[in-house]
Design a protein. Structure first.
Length: 225
């Protein structure tokens, strides 16, 4: 599950908060949405509290975010140790490139995708030789939150909050609407997607097929290995 916020473009300066997951077919699934005054601790605490209440199963799942200060504080307050966390590697890579140059992108991904501690140390030393400050900056970020070799929870190949960004693009023009019209558009989008999924499952059942996707079966097989 990934969470993020994006600004609205209507008369009043407000922010749309979204929580997006991945369904059994590998498709983006809009889980929750809200309009708040801005991204801050109070707004995120309110949003995550209702998310946890509405979807108790989210406890124990993986939460991907940019981990900004307001969200970081709210996340820890609401979930404590009851959830796994990942820092969006796209945002983290962006921070590295802004601070130390865009040519550090490849070195960052080599470290983030390291599958063993040996590979991690090797890639980090390579970066340290190129730019000691960049390596020191990454040393200050808990590696279990972004390096494959040290992550302790399931993430199914997703280490960025791109699933939220893609939903943000769906509402790109709608973000110019008034609050009520925007919420109406989001509601209809979510309900239509759920109906499409239900209708597809019902057709599969009627034809004697099991409503389980190849994607879901693949993930089940991987979890059993």
């Amino acid at each position: 599950m990934a969470v993020d916020g994006t600004f609205l473009k209507a008369r009043f300066v407000q922010t749309l908060l979204l929580a997006v997951g991945i369904d059994g077919n590998g498709q983006n699934l809009l889980l929750a949405w809200s309009i708040v005054e801005s991204e801050n601790k109070d707004s995120w605490t309110w949003f995550l509290t209702f998310l946890k209440t509405a979807i108790p199963e989210c406890v124990g799942m993986t939460l991907i975010s940019d981990r900004d200060k307001g969200l970081l504080a709210a996340d820890e307050l609401v979930f404590g140790d009851g959830i796994n966390r990942l820092i969006c590697c796209f945002h983290l890579k962006g921070n590295v490139c802004r601070r130390f140059g865009g040519h550090r992108s490849a070195a960052f991904w080599a470290i983030a995708n390291a599958k063993t501690q040996h590979d991690y140390e090797h890639q980090k030393n390579d970066l340290r030789q190129l730019n000691a400050s960049a390596a020191s900056y990454l040393d200050g970020i808990e590696r279990a939150y972004w390096v494959t070799a040290f992550y302790r929870g399931p993430y199914y190949g997703h280490k960025t909050s791109n699933v939220v960004e893609s939903i943000n693009k769906v509402f790109r023009e709608d973000r110019e609407f008034s609050v009520l019209n925007l919420l109406n558009e989001i509601w209809h989008y979510a309900m239509n997607k759920r109906y499409e999924g239900l209708a597809k499952s019902m057709r599969q059942i009627a034809s004697g097929e099991q409503p389980v996707t190849d994607y879901c079966l693949l993930r089940l097989q991987e979890s059993e290995q």
